[in-house]
Design a protein around this ligand. Sequence first.
Ligand code: UD1
Length: 421
Amino acid sequence: MDSIVVTGGGPLNGEIPIAGAKNACLTLMPATLLSEEPLTLTNAPRLSDIKTMTTLLQSLGAEVTSMQDGQVLAMSSHNIHNHTADYDIVRKMRASILVLGPMLARDGHAIVSLPGGCAIGARPVDLHLKALEAMGAELELKDGYVHAKAMQGLKGGVIDFDFASVGATENALMAATLAKGTTVINNAAREPEIVDLADCLRRMGAQIEGDGTPSITIQGVDRLNGATHPVVTDRIELGTYMLAPAIAGGEVELIGGRINLLSAFCEKLDAAGISVEETQRGLKVSRKNGRVNAVNVVTEPFPGFPTDLQAQMMALLCTAEGTSVLEEKIFENRFMHAPELLRMGAQIDVQGGTATVTGVDKLKGAPVMATDLRASVSLILAGLAAEGETTVSRVYHLDRGYEHVVGKLSAVGAKIERIKE
Ligand code: UD1
């Protein structure tokens, strides 16, 4: 298994291009199943999760062609011959459940394995199923698979989510585009990836209003057409690389970045003493002066502080002046990076969903282990400022969500290399 070796030290200077969003692409790809005409995505990120979704769609009969070094995905679902999403593929990635709504809406039946994904909590799919039932689907759970039927087609309905789940909102939104009549999704997730999906579906001829607010209304149509759609910027990759100069010093411009993708995160950076300046091409980030201040963080659904940046923010706060409290409200088991950061000399006390971080002057390089996608990049960030060498093992997690991480960070002066095994 490959590992990444980071030698901490100097400041970082230069620019980093930000890719299209993994989480947007993973919901835009299954949207191909809604139409017999081609759907082409541009600005796609080059990631192993995208390859997994490609394999899943191909197993159903969709054609997926990766062009321009993976940045363009040309898809066509005119010949869906298999309606079963197999456990062997689905277990690798939780987002696989997103094929359920589109297949059911288009053909009236689908069988999808219950998903796996990052080990950051129980992560059930009850809200996805509840939404589809509200549209008239008949569901049965058998041998680890969801068997879904709507032989007369899905019908518009009112969906009231108890929690603004991103994935459940996406599944419901896609399914509702082809349901008969009007569907209203209340307490819908408001993430930019939902708005991007709605934009793509509108390009395909769907009638959707209210995306980006807690109530989305969809007027079902008989069929959707093909379209070409650019994937929105990856706000989590953006936030991750914004933290690199915040942790290591220097000034880095993130090309394609926008503050409105990450307002709550940018407010916390400001309070921590990090300057974020909008430029014509993106965002320029540097430390205002000296040491970073401690700040308290609570993760929340968008527009709150993203759970997907909690681990990386913790890496910054490990060397802040004072004590920070991080509360994780989205996933129940998302502090697996804390014991690894302790190995690097951090002072962190985890009690349930709360981590108290007391800043130390310096972290020290150590061998550490990546436990999930965002945890793995937080260890790389911590390594950028640590004294000596940090070796992060099990980096396959990283490949799920960060393209060319070594290339992007070395381009701004980081000492980082991948050791192949
Ligand atoms: C998406 C993102 C993930 C991010 C998360 C929260 C993708 C591919 N992944 O995941 O990176 O961390 O949003 O911003 O877009 N829940 C239920 N029942 C359900 C669905 C969810 O209880 O049916 C719970 C989950 O266990 C979790 C919380 O709701 O505790 C948030 O999950 P959700 O918003 O659905 O996240 P995902 O769509 O899985």
